[in-house]
Design a binder for this molecule. Structure first.
Ligand code: NAI
Length: 462
């Protein structure tokens, strides 16, 4: 039996980052991971492979839509789907091997297999039981299923199956207009699939600033995605080659159905904690299945901690990473902390969509006096040069103090641009602080500055 300071169950972004930081802080650390490769859902079947396919399909879109406009002529390339998937797998491999290298470099032990916790302070992996002063649950999440819908990962798929379809389907129905549905729907729409997104609510991307969501839907519509909103999916019936989605429109209860080669179920994810033995340990859980923690990631059992998708909060890799680092510091006797008010969210479509802090709807609900500074990418020379003048930056600031309360961006590189607002918010900056910061010309980030200027005396290029 080996003895560790910390054993982390799960080698995804929460677990592996926590492990590396624990080791850097001098703790003897092990990670239990049952997959063949490290990196969890994010690296193996989530964030990273979807970004590879988004990139590849975006390149195809550029060739088809924009090359001739720039005087680049020639035969239009076709998709070799097998090679596109191989490229995606290569990207996954490079990243998962990278984590393995970091484990070796930092002397983190990888206990290969699925872990259970037979008693506080012990973790069993296969035939061996190991002891640890602290145990961290970083087991992530799995797709949540719709009742009456059976997944075969071929015709009726989750995001995992959607990343490895045997061929590009002619038609696809996506259930759920959340992040997964829109990212994967975009990939296939760009590859020529007829994509219809069926969503329960009356708007796409629940929780997103409503003005951004409306613009986003309009742009995706122009890219060929069809939307059926306000539709509650009742069930999916499938043969070996086709599936039919039946749904009821909420406004009049009328029943409809849609047939497609592939149906992607993207209706959210739920915490994955089965098989750990948490029931027997008496670990307190939240009503929606997450492990209950205090403000410092401690569960109701002494020495047992939890982070990431397994606990409450947004199910985002970077939120899990931050919690992993903060917990490592706490375990090393320091003061780890996560600022939940400044966690960005990004949708990696084209254009990208990114947000941080409060939405206008939230500020109205709170009755808070605010001002909104908005700037269209049409006024940004760089965006126009790359055919991405659609979209805008919106910065929300307190009406009296000018302190930045939130930012919402739809446009080129939004997922990168959002971070200057995140840093500003971390430092308690005002919109004027951003507006008075020199931004290089010509860059997309000038649009952020212009939106900040629009919170004050006005943008220059509007
Ligand atoms: P989601 O929670 O973002 O969206 C699910 C959507 O499905 C919602 O709009 C919901 O109203 C709809 N829905 C639920 N039941 C339905 C029904 N019966 N009929 C029709 N529509 C229905 O979940 P999603 O997209 O599956 O993503 C799961 C998690 O993974 C999310 O927490 C997301 O933040 C995370 N993720 C993040 C990414 C990123 O940061 N870029 C990328 C992919 C996933």
């Amino acid at each position: 039996m080996a003895e560790f300071d910390v054993i982390i169950i799960g080698g995804g972004p929460g677990g592996y980052v926590c492990a590396i930081r624990c080791a850097q802080l001098g703790l003897k650390t092990a990670v239990v991971e049952g997959r063949e490769t490290l990196g969890g859902t994010c690296l193996n079947v989530g964030c990273i492979p979807s970004k590879a396919l988004l990139h590849a399909s975006h390149q195809l879109h550029e060739v088809h839509e924009n090359f001739e406009k720039m005087g680049i002529m020639g035969a239009r390339p076709k998709v070799d789907w097998g090679r596109m998937l191989a490229y995606k797998d290569d990207v996954i491999g490079q990243n998962t091997k990278g984590i393995e290298f970091l484990f070796k470099k930092n002397k983190v032990t990888w206990l290969k297999g699925w872990g259970t916790i037979p008693e506080p302070g012990k973790v069993t992996v296969g035939d061996e039981t190991h002891a640890a002063k602290s145990i961290v649950i970083a087991t992530g999440s799995e797709p949540s299923m719709l009742p009456g819908v059976e997944i075969d990962e071929k015709v009726v798929v989750t995001s995992t199956g959607a990343l490895a379809l045997p061929k590009v389907p002619k038609s696809m129905v996506v259930i759920g207009a959340g992040v997964i549905g829109l990212e994967m729907g975009s990939v296939y729409a760009r590859l020529g699939t007829e994509v219809t997104v069926v969503e329960y609510l009356d708007a796409i991307t629940p929780g997103m600033d409503a003005e951004v969501a409306r613009t986003f839907q309009r742009i995706l519509g122009k890219q060929g995605l069809k939307f059926v909103l306000g539709a509650a999916v009742q069930g999916v019936s499938a043969t070996k080659t086709k599936a039919t989605v039946s749904y009821k429109l909420r406004k009049d209860d009328s029943e409809h159905s849609l047939a497609a080669d592939v149906v992607l179920v993207a209706t959210g994810r739920r915490p994955y904690t089965e098989g750990l033995g948490l029931d027997a340990l008496g670990v307190e859980m939240e009503p929606r299945g997450q492990v209950r923690t205090d403000g410092h990631f401690a569960t109701s059992v002494k020495g047992l901690y939890a982070i990431g998708d397994a606990i409450t909060g947004p199910m985002l890799a970077h939120k899990a990473e931050d919690e992993g680092m903060a917990l490592a510091e706490i375990l090393a006797g320091k003061h780890g902390h996560v600022n939940y008010g400044v966690i960005p969210g990004v949708v990696y479509t084209t254009p990208e969509v990114a947000s941080v802090g409060a939405t206008e709807e939230e500020l109205k609900e709170q009755g808070r006096a605010y001002k909104a500074g908005k700037f269209s990418f049409m006024g940004n020379g760089r965006a126009k040069a790359v055919f991405q003048g659609e979209g805008f930056v919106k910065i929300l600031a307190d009406k009296v103090t000018d302190r930045i309360l939130g930012a919402h961006i739809i446009g080129p590189a939004a997922g990168d641009l959002i971070h200057e607002v995140c840093v500003a918010m971390e430092f308690g900056a005002s919109a004027q602080d951003l507006a008075l910061t020199c931004h290089a010309h010509p860059t997309f980030s000038e649009a952020v500055r212009e939106a900040a200027l629009a919170c004050g005396d006005g943008a220059i290029h509007a």
